[in-house]
Design a protein around this ligand. Structure first.
Ligand SMILES: NC(=O)c1ccc[n+]([C@@H]2O[C@H](COP(=O)([O-])OP(=O)(O)OC[C@H]3O[C@@H](n4cnc5c(N)ncnc54)[C@H](O)[C@@H]3O)[C@@H](O)[C@H]2O)c1
Length: 239
């Protein structure tokens, strides 16, 4: 990973934070795009946080233009930023629908689009999007808008993989099952127990375990893989 420049959205927490750590540990330069600054890796000169609200597209475009001007090339894009919602069907308002879609799907597409512009020119790049097993199953705990956004991520990944293959760019997806981050820390104890019982490996995933799959898909060990939706879920869905 030495000399690779990696952009990671949602780098300040959970899966994106664990992914940032593994890239940094392996010698990459990591540019984080996150709404919050939790002072991650503050002593590491190979990490730069650019604080951004990804749902604001003009701001996002400007930040990515800045990245292209300052760093010239971006080798890898990892789209981890996302929000969850447990609101059930009758509680979902148009505003809540839009806010979940805006960050989970719309901003992901535009991150990919703006980054692809540089990657296509150089005919080199890897993109890894984070979906969820809820995008395949509809989810059990989460709301319909969250599951729909993640189904969108899966389809978006395949569509972009078809587009980008001719430019030697791989686009893949990791679909985690329930994972120990701030997202699941909101769930009550009995819900966690119920979901754990349904996981054949009888535990939630750790962010570092999802990060390992991301890292593999970003490395040259996966050069012949594109359009793949990789499940990392303790067996809760086997398809
Ligand atoms: N934790 C799970 O059980 C689980 C399961 C399946 C999929 N996922 C997916 O994994 C990804 C990472 O989730 P996590 O569990 O690490 O959650 P997390 O809440 O720990 O991290 C999400 C990060 O995204 C950032 N973010 C949110 N909205 C943003 C915005 N508008 N602009 C910029 N940054 C923003 C947050 O600041 C945070 O740092 C998400 O896409 C999530 O849907 C998580």
């Amino acid at each position: 990973m030495k000399n690779n420049i990696v952009v990671i959205t949602g780098s300040e927490s959970g899966i994106g934070n664990a992914a940032s750590k593994i890239f940094l540990d392996n010698g990459a330069y990591v540019i984080g795009l996150d709404k919050h600054d939790r002072e991650s890796f503050s002593n590491n000169i190979n990490y730069k946080l650019i604080q951004t609200d990804l749902s604001k597209l003009v701001e996002l475009k400007n930040k990515i233009r800045y990245i292209h001007e300052k760093f010239v090339k971006v080798d890898i894009l990892v789209n981890c930023a996302g929000v969850t919602s447990l609101t059930p069907v009758f509680g979902v308002t148009p505003e809540e629908w839009d806010s979940v879609m805006d960050i989970n799907l719309r901003s992901m597409f535009f991150c990919c689009k703006y980054m692809l512009m540089g990657m296509v020119e150089r005919e080199k790049g890897k993109i890894i999007n984070i979906a969820s097993n809820a995008g395949k199953t509809g989810g059990e705990m989460v709301g319909p808008h969250y599951s729909a956004s993640k189904a969108g991520v899966i389809s978006l990944t395949i569509s972009l993989a078809r587009f980008a293959a001719k430019y030697n760019i791989n686009v893949n997806c990791v679909a985690p099952g329930p994972t120990e981050t701030s997202m699941t820390s909101e769930w009550d104890k009995s819900s966690i127990e119920a979901i754990t019982n349904k996981i054949p490996l009888k535990r939630l995933g750790k962010p570092e375990e999802i990060a390992e799959a991301i890292y593999f898909l970003a490395s040259n060990k996966s050069d012949f893989i594109t359009g793949e939706i990789m499940d990392v879920n303790g067996g809760i869905l086997m398809d």
